[in-house]
Design a protein around this ligand. Structure first.
Ligand SMILES: Nc1nc2c(ncn2[C@@H]2O[C@H](COP(=O)(O)OP(=O)(O)O)[C@@H](O)[C@H]2O)c(=O)[nH]1
Ligand SMILES: Nc1ncnc2c1ncn2[C@@H]1O[C@H](COP(=O)(O)OP(=O)(O)O)[C@@H](O)[C@H]1O
Length: 213
């Protein structure tokens, strides 16, 4: 990975990377693989009103909140974005994201599509990556295989997925999650390319070119 410390020694803002896509596409799986392979990326832990699943830990998977607590966070403007998704609230704590970006580190948000589009309004300079399933039938297989949802909830997630895929055009990149390793490699390539594009490697490149002329 590239460093966000520019040659002159000035620290620049990190990149906000938003990984989104329909439920069951593999956002959680891909992000936990990235967490292992690219520990320099910082993951934002969301708040939610949904019940913890077996093995999930407070502050690691989510900050678990009651509906009242969640509404209070919204009122106090502590949420960068929030969305209601299949009957529960999910949101990104604002301060952690802003403080981490200010230290020059890249932050990953793994969030659903409505929330991603709200973040885009506040951080248009972010990198918005839509994780695509290889097909709708494979998406259904993954939701069934995961075994966390009832048939009714799976049908509801699939119906939401069709509307979400229609919003692909608002994203900077689409990555098909065929194999987890492929998806991770593509995401890492995108982040590296974005660093290069923002001239993080040679932020003073024009001065340097003047010097060699
Ligand atoms: N808008 C928004 N969506 C979130 C946030 N955190 C998680 N999500 C999304 O909410 C959806 C439901 O998450 P979850 O209940 O963990 O189910 P799963 O991802 O389908 O296993 C997923 O699409 C998550 O990516 C958040 O902070 N904001
Ligand atoms: N590339 C892949 N190929 C096959 N199965 C996958 C792949 N990525 C994820 N899965 C499986 O699909 C299911 C949904 O993945 P998950 O990460 O929970 O999705 P999301 O976070 O987008 O809701 C899980 O059972 C996971 O093991």
């Amino acid at each position: 990975m590239t460093s966000n410390k520019v040659a002159s020694g000035t620290r620049t803002q990190g990149i906000l990377v938003v990984i989104s896509g329909p439920s069951g596409v593999g956002k959680g799986t891909v992000c936990s693989a990235l967490r292992k392979s690219a520990p320099e990326l910082i993951y934002s832990v969301s708040a939610t009103t949904r019940m913890p699943r077996t093995g999930e830990m407070e502050g690691v998977n989510y900050f678990f909140k009651s509906k009242e607590e969640f509404k209070q966070l919204i009122e106090n403007e502590e949420m960068l974005e929030w969305a209601e998704y299949v009957g529960n609230y999910y949101g990104t704590p604002r301060k952690f994201v802003e403080d981490t970006l200010a230290t020059g580190k890249d932050v990953i948000l793994e969030i659903e599509v409505q929330g991603a589009l709200k973040v885009k309004q506040k951080f248009p300079e972010g990198v918005f990556i839509f994780l695509m399933p290889p097909s709708l039938s494979e998406l259904q297989n993954r939701l069934v295989t995961r075994g966390t949802d009832s048939a009714e909830l799976i049908a509801s997630r699939l119906s939401v997925a069709r509307d979400e895929i229609a919003l692909l055009e608002h994203y900077n990149y689409a990555v098909v999650n065929d194999q987890v390793e492929n998806a991770c490699s593509k995401i890492m390539a995108i982040i590296t390319a974005e660093h290069c594009r923002r001239e993080r490697l040679f932020p003073n490149i024009s001065e340097w070119i003047d010097e060699v002329k």
